[in-house]
Design a protein around this ligand. Sequence first.
Ligand SMILES: Cc1ncc(COP(=O)(O)O)c(C=O)c1O
Length: 366
Amino acid sequence: MSAPRPQPGIMEIAPYKGGESKIAGADTVIKLSSNEGAFGPSPAAVRALEGAARSIHRYPDGHAPELRAAIAARYGLEPERLILGAGSDEIINMLCQAYTGPGDVVLYSEHGFLMYGISAMAAGATPVKAPETNLKADVDALLAAVTERTRLLFVANPNNPTGTYLTADEMRRLRDGLRDDVLLVIDGAYAEYVVGTPGYTDGMDMVRAADNVVMTRTFSKMYGLGGARLGWAYVPEAVADVLNRIRGPFNVSIPAQAAGLAAFNDTAFTDMCRAHNDEWLKRTQDALRQIGLFVPDGVGNFVLARFPDTPGRTAEEADAHLKSRGIIARRVAGYGLPDCLRITIGKAEEMEAVIKALREFMGADT
Ligand SMILES: Cc1ncc(COP(=O)(O)O)c(C=O)c1O
């Protein structure tokens, strides 16, 4: 008897494991494991979501006209070149599905976001990683890894979990070195925290200027709507035409559209989030460096810390120590970084608690 068989490659996918959210025996925890916004959603987004509850018997307008218009107006983009998705994960998936298949390669860097490989394999394509230099994507290594089979190149800017980013000049050099038929996807999941940093690009200008560049964004981080599932992408017209053919017609729900629009318009809230993140990113990086941990020059709403391989001081033991204090960080062995932890920037008191716990762990106060 033969059983139903999935497409080749599917069973080789290691299922994505999200950040942990529970510690056995602990009623309350400090969850710094999924790069969620420190302050949750804006109250305006919650009100909009509650208001939308009464309409959920209706199908959503699949074009999300109000949200699309708001995004287009703020950034001066053509609304018809925006694609909305149930999280940017869905858009990453759609890109792989539309542009790759068996025999094709999806390229990204050594410690790149795990979903690139998963989506590539789900489409039957082969994921290939190019080496990084000092935990940062390496333009030359990426270009050297491009072959005839390469169809898509993903670069998260900044990258998760390293926090490092390519400058606008480096990103331009990467794009200029690519064949016209390779699609460069600049994943700006953390761009809201970084835009305005000298030398940083979210890729928007490059999408305007080229037919083979796409920028993806999410509402899951600064906007605090990870549970609503909402992301968007700015893409060339031809790519929009392709994605609109495979996009589920109702892929973004009424509650997600309503909450997203309200969150997007609550700029007082996002200004507060950005200022808090600026302050605590730096304070956390400084504090962890002070106790002897290696912390790359990262941006975004998280810090990567590398632990020594000395018994008693390893990342695994640090994770256990944090858990004993009710704090959940993220192990990143799946990203090829078994000696590191990624810690999301939370509220002030949460960051004080994690810094205190790591000082204890590293014996800084004895
Ligand atoms: C680099 C990067 N891209 C994309 C995503 C996916 O975000 P979402 O599907 O919630 O929009 C994440 C989430 O952690 C991420 O870190």
